[in-house]
Design a protein around this ligand. Structure first.
Ligand SMILES: [Zn+2]
Length: 152
């Protein structure tokens, strides 16, 4: 699945090297797009998904397990990309919020994203926003035990 970086539409890519958004016609090169999503992919997985798991465990007592969890649906990556465009890319707050809103609304209106993933995203949005921002700007604020487990 591809996120249009111009209109936040979600679509399936064709076979061409250029990805064309069916809604607004914007073209983006596939290799550039793949590079662009690497960082939000990692930050979603480690800075949000594993961190939330380990933090919960630590809050409940002791953190001693190391887990493997399946990656989240890529719609989480797209929202993280929007958040990061504000945090590290200096996009205006209103633009970031509008992009997140469009991604969520497209996700809820397409069969490309299972309804359960949309519900999960909506339920976790605030934590995703906080964790992605913190991982990108201030990882020192993360509980040291949790950070060590995440980096393991
Ligand atoms: Zn578009």
């Amino acid at each position: 699945m591809i996120l249009c970086l111009a209109c936040a539409s979600l679509f399936e890519p064709g076979k061409d090297e250029k990805l064309r958004c069916p809604d607004c016609g914007t073209l983006v090169a596939r290799d550039r797009y793949e590079r662009l999503r690497r960082y939000p992919d990692r930050i979603t997985r480690f800075g949000f998904q594993y961190r939330a798991l380990y933090q919960e465990e630590l809050d409940a007592g002791v953190l001693e397990s190391r887990a493997f969890v399946l990656p989240l649906h890529e719609v989480f990556t797209f929202v993280a990309l929007a958040i990061l465009s504000g945090v590290v890319g200096n996009a205006a707050y209103a633009a970031v919020e509008a992009a997140i809103k469009r991604i969520r609304s497209h996700a809820g209106n397409t069969e490309l994203v299972p309804a359960a993933e949309v519900r999960l995203l909506n339920a976790e949005l605030d934590q995703l926003r906080n964790y992605v921002t913190e991982m990108a700007t201030n990882p020192g604020a993360i509980d040291r035990e949790v950070l060590a487990a995440v980096l393991d």
